[in-house]
Design a protein. Structure first.
Length: 284
C-alpha cells in the first residue's frame, strides 16, 4: 500500500488550451468592478445591470434604459439623423465621431423621443456615455432643446437621464453655448407649467452638471453616481485642502441638499410613474 502511494503519478493543474478558451463565448460572464463577483451577463441584464451581490450599478445603453421604463412599443424617437459637424476643424474629431457611430449604432450621445409610462405620455431624453463620453456638443444641446419644446407642445412631462463628461471640447464655445440654450428652454417649460424630472447617472460632470442636469423640478440620482463640475484633484489643489472620500458622489450630494433622492435602478420606474400620476391632473 505504501509502495502504491509513492508510485502514483503527481497531478498538476492544466492550462486551458486555446481551443478551450475559444469555446467560451465572449461576453458570457461579467465581473463586478465593485465586489468582484462574477455573474452571467444574461442574469445581470435581467436585473437591470445592478449587481445582485453589492448593488453596484453597471452602465446601460440609452435604448436599454428606455426599454426598461416605457410601455412596450410606445417609444417614438426624435431627430435620430442629426449629426455633429466639425466647426473648428479639430484634428481627428470627424474620425472619432465616425468610429463612435460604428461602435454604438447611435448618431450622437443622446437619444430623445416621446413615449408612454403606464399609459401616461412623456418626453424622454437619455444620454449614452459610450459616444464621446456623453459629451455635450451642438447636436446634444439642440436635441435636448427640441425635446423640451415638444414636451411643451404635447403638455407632457420631460424626463432626462444624464451621463456625461461635460461640454465637448472639440466644438469649443459652441458646446458651452448649449448650457445657456438648454437652460433657457427649461425656463420656458417651467413658464408653461411643465414638469421636468432629472436623473443623474454615473458620471454627470462638467457643463452638463452645471446646466440642465441640475435644473429639475425633481433632481434624482442613481446610487454611487459621480456628480460634480471640476475634478477632485483640481479642487484640492485650488483650495489646498483634502476632500472627503465620498465627495462628488450621489450620496454626498443628497446629504448636502443638492439632490431630492438617490434611487436604485430597480425602483426607478415605480418612483417615476408615481410622480407622474401625482402630477397627472395638473398637467392635463
Amino acid at each position: 500500500m505504501l509502495k502504491d502511494l509513492f508510485s502514483k503519478k503527481k497531478k498538476y493543474a492544466t492550462i486551458p488550451s486555446d481551443q478551450a478558451k475559444m469555446d467560451v463565448p465572449e461576453g458570457l460572464m461579467t465581473k463586478c468592478p465593485s465586489c468582484k463577483t462574477i455573474m452571467y451577463t444574461k442574469e445581470l441584464k435581467k436585473n437591470l445591470y445592478v449587481c445582485d451581490s453589492c448593488g453596484y450599478h453597471h452602465r446601460m445603453t440609452a435604448h436599454e434604459r428606455i426599454d426598461t421604463l416605457v410601455d412596450e412599443g410606445s417609444f417614438k424617437e426624435f431627430n435620430s439623423n442629426m449629426i455633429s459637424q466639425d466647426p473648428l476643424s479639430f484634428p481627428t474629431y470627424v474620425e472619432k465621431t465616425n468610429k463612435d457611430r460604428e461602435k454604438t449604432g447611435l448618431n450622437e450621445a443622446i437619444v430623445t423621443g416621446q413615449a408612454e409610462m403606464e399609459n401616461m405620455p412623456v418626453v424622454i431624453a437619455v444620454m449614452d456615455a459610450r459616444f464621446r463620453m456623453g459629451s455635450m456638443g451642438s447636436v446634444v444641446g439642440e436635441k435636448i432643446t427640441r425635446a423640451i419644446e415638444k414636451a411643451i407642445e404635447l403638455k407632457a412631462p420631460f424626463i432626462l437621464f444624464s451621463a456625461s463628461g461635460g461640454a465637448r471640447m472639440q466644438e469649443g464655445v459652441l458646446s458651452l453655448m448649449q448650457m445657456a440654450k438648454t437652460s433657457a428652454a427649461l425656463k420656458k417649460l417651467s413658464n408653461h407649467g411643465g414638469l421636468f424630472i432629472s436623473i443623474m447617472t454615473h458620471p454627470t460632470t462638467g457643463g452638463v452638471s452645471a446646466s440642465f442636469a441640475s435644473l429639475g423640478d425633481y433632481n434624482f440620482a442613481e446610487p454611487g453616481a459621480l456628480i460634480g463640475f471640476a475634478g477632485r484633484r483640481i479642487i484640492e489643489q485650488t483650495i489646498r485642502q483634502d476632500l472627503p472620500d465620498d465627495f462628488q458622489t450621489a450620496e454626498f450630494l443628497l446629504k448636502h441638499g443638492q439632490l431630492d433622492k438617490v434611487i436604485s435602478r430597480l425602483d426607478m420606474k415605480d418612483t417615476l410613474t408615481t410622480i407622474l400620476d401625482i402630477h397627472r391632473e395638473v398637467l392635463s
